[in-house]
Write a protein that binds this ligand. Structure first.
Ligand code: NOJ
Length: 559
């Protein structure tokens, strides 16, 4: 890796930040966040060091799935602003050195989308085939539904035409039929449209469902061929239109199946994918205070094409899914971090944010974020994580973690001057409410979580080895310690994380050819000399963490 390459393959050591415009900052005072508000806070994101902003769906919507139920794929939800406001926002973000990507939701539309409204008029409507229909009674699919609290089947009877349509998610979200070439043309046009307005790529919703062809006509399926060829064609379309745009895919599958979605060879399908497996194993490791599950997951990651990347995360906007753990493992994590049934969702996840899960213990919160930035991959933050926001369990379902951003200790946490009843969700209260957790206070506090996360971002960006390097797990005797070494050419970074409350001393043995190396602390002051055999004993506090740059004699690296 040359440092200049980090500018080309920018996503390999980016810092991604996900937010919903609706809950970020309400500037016009109507209770709903808006693009003008977000533009006002671009400097918060720039100071934090974010390099890529991910906007959750901002399209016109019936808002029955928080914007993932789109009624116009070419529009902007008027509550959030105008297309002009969006363009101004993108422009301002770019001025601050940030790229902007957005959710593209094309597995399904809202049932109020004009295509579906037309499609359900009659079986011979020109839009009928934009969706997937069957006339016979579907079998029992209750085990296949994504939201078991709401749905019993992935097929819904449409009364008017007497046929059933496919919906992988809610019944108000009919699945688009990608086997139909007209649908594929529209999807490319939608992508092209937003790219022209300045987006740098997309977070692609529900990729495996989007690509599946169940229920589509045999001829169409045959003509489509391998759905991965289709994904490949979308990626090359994106490449032609932008040069360096990305597709960041949501593919919650076991690692070996996920690998297929990066594409063969140089990686010509999804540019990035979230590592759901490592995320789930990280929580298991934290619950057990045992590095084992996380380290095993990292080592079991399939090799991916050089230009591709894993997106690592602690929290996203959905339930914190634990669906890839065994039942016993899941129960362990539930017991440790969400024992109350009200904290759990769909029998597979938690509707909590990290700080309350670890009882607000600042050592553990910092440990986890330090670990996130140290993991091989590109860290992805969910808004509010930088200040340690908690969830509001009074807000139903997944929305518990999508409460308004807390900017100050003022009215509605500084999010909006409107009446609380006008907000998209109630502001979090009690110990995690704005009186205790807000940006304004933390900006001024050198010891705040915000200051700490900003430091992590800065150091992560200064250590592209963490994003690029093949990672090595260092041998050491403590089960509770994650000891990683990322090396690219002459750059080496070592990170240590102690998942247990007990202090330990870690005997580090680095595999270095020459003597005279030093370990230079990256998160605090200090230098440790390695002995002639590249060894040193390093103390780690309970829940402690350390990052080191390894400097050889005469090295000109800045540390
Ligand atoms: C995945 C999104 O992350 C989730 O929030 C949404 O409900 C489903 N896709 C359906 O669009």
């Amino acid at each position: 890796m040359r440092i200049t390459e980090t500018g080309d393959l920018w996503w390999k050591n980016a810092v991604i930040y996900c937010l919903d415009v609706e809950t970020y900052l309400d500037w016009d005072g109507d209770g709903t966040g808006d693009f003008q508000g977000l533009a006002q806070r671009i400097d918060h994101l720039a100071e934090l060091g974010v390099t890529c902003l991910w906007l959750m769906p901002f399209y016109p919507t019936t808002d029955r799935d928080d914007g993932y139920d789109v009624t116009d794929l070419y529009g902007v939800d008027p509550r959030l602003g105008t297309p002009g406001d969006l363009v101004e926002l993108i422009r301002t973000a770019k001025d601050r050195g940030m790229r902007v990507i957005a959710d593209i939701v094309v597995n399904h539309t809202s049932d109020r989308h004009p295509w579906f409204r037309a499609a359900r008029q009659s079986t011979d409507n020109p839009y009928r085939d934009f969706y997937v229909w069957r006339s016979d009674t579907p079998p029992d699919t209750s085990k296949e539904v994504v939201f078991p609290d709401q749905e019993q089947s992935i097929w819904e009877l449409d009364e008017k035409t007497g046929e059933y349509y496919l919906h992988r998610f809610y019944k108000h979200q009919p699945d688009l039929n990608v086997a139909n070439p007209k649908v594929r043309d529209e999807i490319a046009k939608v992508m092209g449209y937003w790219l022209e307005l300045g987006l740098d790529g997309f977070r692609v919703d529900a990729v495996p469902f989007f690509l599946e062809t169940i229920g589509a006509g045999d001829e169409q399926v045959e003509a489509l061929g391998d759905p991965h060829d289709y994904l490949r064609s979308l990626r090359s379309f994106l490449g032609r239109r932008t040069g360096s745009g990305i597709l960041l895919g949501e593919v919650n599958l076991p690692h070996d199946q996920q690998r297929l979605y990066f594409g063969e060879g140089d990686g010509d399908e999804l540019t990035m994918m979230f590592d759901f497996i490592a995320m789930q194993k990280m929580y298991l490791s934290l619950a057990r205070q045992d590095a084992g599950p996380l380290v095993e997951a990292l080592l079991a990651r399939p090799e991916i094409p050089r230009d591709c990347q894993w997106a690592t995360f602690v929290r996203n906007h959905d339930e914190l899914t634990l669906d890839k753990l065994s039942e016993d493992e899941r129960q362990e994590v539930f017991a440790a971090f969400g024992p109350d049934p009200d904290m759990q969702l769909y029998g597979r996840g938690l509707r909590r944010r990290l700080p309350p899960m670890v009882d607000g213990d600042p050592r553990r919160v910092r440990l986890v974020y330090s670990l996130l930035f140290a993991l091989p991959g590109t860290p992805t933050l969910f808004y509010g994580e930088e200040i340690g926001m908690g969830e509001n369990l009074d807000v139903p379902g997944r929305l518990a973690v999508r409460t308004p951003m807390q900017w100050s200790d003022g009215h509605n946490g500084g999010f909006s001057p409107a009446r609380p009843s006008q907000l998209p969700a109630a502001v979090t209260g009690d110990g995690y409410g704005p009186a205790h957790v807000n940006v304004r206070a933390q900006r001024r506090d050198p010891d705040s979580l915000l200051t700490f996360v900003s430091l992590l971002v800065r150091r992560y960006r200064e250590c592209p080895e963490l994003g690029w390097g093949p990672v090595r797990v260092l041998d050491q005797p403590h089960a509770s310690v994650v000891a990683l070494c990322s090396q690219v050419d002459d750059g080496t970074v070592v990170t240590l994380h102690n998942l247990s409350p007990d202090p330990v001393s870690v005997p580090l043995r680095l595999d270095l050819e020459r003597a005279g190396h030093q370990l230079v602390e990256l998160l605090q002051d200090g230098v440790t000399e390695l002995d002639d055999r590249a060894r040193a004993d390093v103390p780690l506090d309970g829940y402690g963490y350390r990052w080191y740059r390894v400097l050889g004699p005469g090295s000109r690296q800045l540390a």
